[in-house]
Design a protein around this ligand. Sequence first.
Ligand code: ATP
Ligand code: MG
Length: 557
Amino acid sequence: MSETASAPANFIKHHIDKDLENGKNDGKVHTRFPPEPNGYLHIGHAKSICLNFGIAQQYQGSCNLRFDDTNPEKESDEYAKSIAEDVQWLGFEWQAPTHHASDYFETLHDYAVELIKAGKAYVDGLSPDDIREYRGTLTEAGKSSPFRDTSVEQNLDLFAKMRAGEFEDGKYILRAKIDMASPNMNLRDPALYRIKRQHHIRTGDTWVIYPMYDFTHPISDALEGITHSLCTLEFEDHRPLYDWILDNISIDCHPQQIEFSRLSLEYTITSKRLLNKLVTENHVSGWDDPRMPTIAGMRRRGYPPETLRDFTDRIGVTKKDNIIEMGVLENCVREHLNSHAPRAMAVLHPLKVTITNYPSGQEESLTAPCHPSNDEMGSRQLPFSKEIYIDQDDFRESANKKFKRLVLDKEVRLRNAYVIRCDEVIKDAEDNIIELKCSYDPDTLGKNPEGRKVKGVIHWVSASKGIKAEIRSYDRLFNTANPAASEDFLSTINPNSLTTIKTAIVEPSLATATAKDHFQFEREGYFCLDSKDATADLLIFNETVSLRDTWAKTGKA
Ligand code: ATP
Ligand code: MG
């Protein structure tokens, strides 16, 4: 992928370059993306995916997909499937096979036994409260559990019984024996295994003990021959433990953990736990609701995968936490769609226009380019006849010169068609404008009218051939820039994040649109067919992004 291959240099690549210069890892680069299948992937994961797979591509290495499935109570096949689909959709291939931390449960268990035999791990029967208390604080050393000096034989026996299911959940844990006085709390005899009777999506009920992340991750990395284990900054303090585990078991490979900052986006959240809450409490229609910052949501909204890759390149990789403005992401989408999306016309709030001097019963087919500057995208046919629709917003009975649309007794150009003049306004009993009587100048197709200038151009759709459609337009999901920081993030949900317009009429060429197509509805924005709710009888379009950046000052109007 050229975009990714040309991604800018960053501190991680400098690190890898140095390793290669020093002949480390036999000149190989092997990364992994290790999601936990406990939710759908979000934009933050997209950054991690592009980074890991991008580096593998750039160095002609490989990247594994590994499900970090050590918390069975939160994990599901649905999540695992969606993750694999999202990675592929983003344009990446992992090195077969798909890995799972659970592939290594037996091996991990054997390494735990090895640590016990070396006197480097022990089974602790303190209560969780006592364990917490014994751990000490940042300013105070912890104190040793009475179980710390249990003999190796006894520990082996207790651990075997833990595995055999002889103890209730939570009664014992296996802990590494490192240093209860370490200034790094992660080294104060961290837990390696806990007892948990929980059905696992892959290993079923085989296990009643499950390994902890800090034990599982370095060993899984090493077993797969990972050279550089890239993770987010919150694991920086865990790196000494990552290294301790690998230094104290009989394994040859020792990957280098390197941390980078998490991606956060303004006005949204990047935490599966909170996103899960939005879904389960029905604040959105699902993980793939187009307002969600999930990859599935953004796909359904109409973000092309290359725009997410472009976005992650633009924000770069650093060690500094920062919150990226939504406009940066949307601009990537907008720029891409501006050059790639064919144009179409859709009238969201139709106002009927009768062209009085156009012959009744006549219809002509006008040819319009699909893109104003890319002829290769071809053209489309627009049926034109006596009755058309324009948008209610594009007409005023009187207006000053700034209003470059249709005004009573003035002219405007219909996009890809003729110049019309509004001669008469028809109103209903409540004074609502319900129809315009206009006349057209037949000599204005593809050329300026004789002797006068018509500046405004508006879009339109044939009344008889246009197709009814529903338009869903989206605003920010939250009203505050950093909803995760507020006490109750649910209270910051924007109640107006979804607007459904059921009155729209779109040009007939859109009848064959598929969810993979992207369109610019001229003067309205970028849209795509909804992949879930649209049917043969009802076209439903999602607004992907507006034509211009409406976030910069006040957010979307
Ligand atoms: P969440 O808090 O959303 O559950 P997580 O880190 O627990 O995220 P994992 O499934 O464990 O989710 O993440 C898989 C990989 O994606 C990890 O390497 C993690 O560091 C990375 N990742 C997760 N969130 C972000 C983010 N916001 N920015 C960059 N990378 C991320
Ligand atoms: Mg996690």
